[in-house]
Design a protein around this ligand. Structure first.
Ligand code: A2R
Length: 313
């Protein structure tokens, strides 16, 4: 199997390269000119806003499966940079879809990676959220990802293209950017342990409940969806059991080697925060046999260890 991963220099990309290469796939990966990516893959430079370059990469590689990960993926940044977010996540996706439509290779599969955030302002009795639930995005990032998924469904139906849509819920693990909650708290804890900051973790909303899956489980789900997902279908990828951010914080504090107190920081509160987001993951299980295996506690331990090693004394 020959795979092309678009946006491979991000958090998930490196793990996906490893997952696919371990399964014996030939892996090609793209990154922005300003980025680099490593691992068992052939690297290509690509900005998805350059439609001609996307076409050229597709025709040069002629992959069996394309994983579209490239995105402006931060909710917080999407409030500050809405135009950039829409451009990369919507226009960039159209460039990918059009390149696949026109590609020399006609039987390629596209896997579009969207987000659990797409469900947005959900009825609380709708959890666990099935893929058929109405999308009511609650922030700009989520709106662009919902749009990406809708475009995928439209192209699949109108042009009979082989496209699988994914709604990935929160995922975390070693090397994730510190703007995401587990990584953020773990980094703060590691800095406190090394005496680099006061023994106080700054937090935002601790009441929100989110469904956290280890990134290593998530990329296994992506491989299996590439292999076994049904064309034209949308799949939730998540653990199927949301936990309070407070639990994440308490767990990190319990693993820390020094005493830590907590301080609420208004700057960390989002303009709009949805109380509970939890997926129904029965569809991916039924079609691929995938379910999350790594515990939240192990993800936290590994992420904390990552920051302990990464941070210099
Ligand atoms: O924003 P940067 O400089 O970190 O680069 C990101 C890259 N990217 C692009 N690639 C090609 N053309 C563009 N115009 C463009 N703009 C941004 O896509 C980054 O290297 C990559 C996305 O990786 P992350 O932001 O680390 O996302 P992550 O956590 O790997 O999630 C993968 C996918 C995303 O589509 C999320 O929205 C979804 O999973 O949940």
């Amino acid at each position: 199997m020959k795979a092309l991963i678009i946006g491979a220099a991000g958090f998930v990309g490196g793990y996906l390269v490893k997952e696919l290469a371990s399964a014996g796939w030939e892996v090609h990966a793209t990154c922005l000119p300003s980025e680099k990516t490593e691992g068992e893959c052939n690297v290509h430079t690509l900005d998805i806003l350059d439609a001609d370059s996307v076409r050229a990469v597709f025709d040069e590689i002629q992959p069996d499966i394309v994983y579209h990960l490239a995105a402006q993926s931060s909710v917080a940044l999407s409030w500050k940079k809405p135009q950039l977010t829409a451009e990369v996540n919507v226009i960039g996706t159209i460039n990918v879809l059009e390149a696949a439509r026109d590609a020399v290779k006609k039987d390629m599969r596209l896997v579009l990676i969207g987000s659990g955030e797409e469900y947005g302002f959900i009825r609380q009795d709708a959890c666990p959220l099935s893929e058929d639930e109405v999308l009511r995005p609650g922030n700009i990032y989520a709106a662009t990802k919902a749009c990406q998924g809708m475009l995928g469904e439209i192209y699949a139906r109108a042009y009979k293209m082989d496209i699988v849509m994914v709604r990935a819920f929160n995922h975390s693990g070693p090397a994730q950017a510190e703007i995401f909650v587990i990584s953020d708290f773990c980094k703060q804890a590691a800095e406190i342990e090394k005496g680099m900051r006061e023994p106080v973790i700054s937090v935002g909303n601790l009441e929100a409940m989110r469904d956290f899956t280890d990134v290593r489980d998530v990329v296994r789900a992506y491989r299996l969806l590439g292999e076994k997902g049904r064309s034209g279908q949308v799949y939730n990828v998540g653990r199927g059991r949301a936990v309070k951010i407070q639990y994440i914080l308490d767990t990190i504090i319990s693993y820390a080697k020094t005493n830590i107190t907590v301080c609420r920081d208004e700057k960390r509160m989002r303009a709009s925060d949805i109380p509970v987001i939890e997926p129904d993951v029965s569809k991916i299980y039924a079609d691929t046999g995938w379910k999350a295996e790594i515990t939240v506690e192990d993800t936290i331990k590994d992420t904390l260890d990552y920051w302990r090693t990464k941070i210099k004394e």
